[in-house]
Design a protein around this ligand. Sequence first.
Ligand SMILES: Cc1cc2nc3c(=O)[nH]c(=O)nc-3n(C[C@H](O)[C@H](O)[C@H](O)COP(=O)(O)OP(=O)(O)OC[C@H]3O[C@@H](n4cnc5c(N)ncnc54)[C@H](O)[C@@H]3O)c2cc1C
Length: 456
Amino acid sequence: MTEPITVLGAGCTGPLLATLLARRGHAVRIFERRPDARRVPLPAGRSINLALAARGLAGLERAGLMGAVRGLLVPMRGRMVHALDGATRFLPYGQRPHELLWSVSRAGLNRVLTDAAEAAGVTVAFEHAARAADFDRGLVTIEDTRAGRRFSVPMNPVFGADGGSSALREAMVASGRGTAREELLEHQYKELTIAAGPNGEHRLELGALHVWPRGGYMLIALPNADGTFTATLFLAAAGGPVSFATLTGARAVTELFEAEFADVVPLIPDLAAQFATNPVGRMSTIYAAPWRAGGQALLVGDAAHAIVPFHGQGMNCAFEDCRVLDDLLAAGGDWETVFGRFDALRRDDTAAIARMALENYVEMRDTVRDPRFALQKELALELERRQPDRFIPRYSMVMFHDEIAYAEAERRGRLQTALLDEATLGRADLAGLDFARLERLVVERLPPVTRPAVPA
Ligand SMILES: Cc1cc2nc3c(=O)[nH]c(=O)nc-3n(C[C@H](O)[C@H](O)[C@H](O)COP(=O)(O)OP(=O)(O)OC[C@H]3O[C@@H](n4cnc5c(N)ncnc54)[C@H](O)[C@@H]3O)c2cc1C
């Protein structure tokens, strides 16, 4: 009997990839370092909920999982921007009924994904960590951490879906088969829970991702299905007048929130206690190359290209990896060919979303406060209404248009920004704009979007 394919990690990527592989007739097993999250709650520190958008939905759809996931989803139609004086302004994400993001519980999604993998015949060994990989002998060392026993499995092949601190990636680098660089963001995050109201109701407007942009830092909140919101404070680790390093006691925390996020204070009565207990998380971008070792191993998801979370795309991009890989497997070829194609196809796109995710931090915490930002958003939506095949706001291309590759979204986005900058220079509103000229420029500069063919 042939040995199964090995997938390392049962986070977001591993179970989806394993399901797709199993559906193609492969025997697959997953080794996951942690205990089974369906039985033991996930440790604090990783985001409690995630924004799911078109690319993620397409990956789930490919595995036939939307039916199981739909009940977990809470819609977010736009950003609710909270000014310092408590005033709020709603900025819609898109303009068509389906152009919204979905807040989903990480634990709930993980449960669905793991159940689906098992239902597809995948075996999942929890508390089994990859410790080393020997590419010359084609073996991965696994440690059963409960039994304290190590054993080897053949790379048949092995997929590294073991996240930002991937053991498989480290082994590839250590054996001279690749390089990897982690660029740590100087900002960190802390999650806080806004409890549900007395009748289980949401205490901030539902249907929005709430943002309190404060220039150098920000607070955001995403709704959960149980009436709570998960708020996240993004702030410099150290340096400057306010940072995690300066928020050392209850008083400093309360003072910051009362001065900057006054409308949130009554919603988190145990703010100081939560702040003291909840961990601070780090964020980084991983640049690794190549992602493959011949036909023996392939890195996917965060293991290959972790990004900062400000575009809400890390998991979406990882699910897109799975969908693309499934397309490539359908197109045929041996593992080495498929892995080579995957690496070539995804490299520019993942580099583009890594850059756009970093840029989006500045947009969310700062630019969103600028009246010109709102004006440009308004104009972008108007141009999209007039030229829907050519002008699609960059945010929409990334979040709602999985037929447009990330690199193409970035490239078209640059052309569009130049156009919006020109058109809004010195203007307070759109009255009197020469739309006929603008439409001509759109037609000149932006060819219609076409759906790419399945890669051969
Ligand atoms: C604060 C924050 C907010 C985010 N918000 C969003 C969002 O809104 N939308 C979005 O799309 N993305 C978001 N992301 C990104 C998203 O969390 C990741 O991109 C996604 O989890 C990547 O999935 P993965 O399976 O590749 O890695 P992970 O989810 O990290 O899973 C890796 C798995 O591998 C296991 N593992 C690790 N080492 C080993 C080993 N040696 N052996 C065996 N198993 C191992 C881990 O225990 C884990 O279960 C956010 C990230 C952060 C930090």
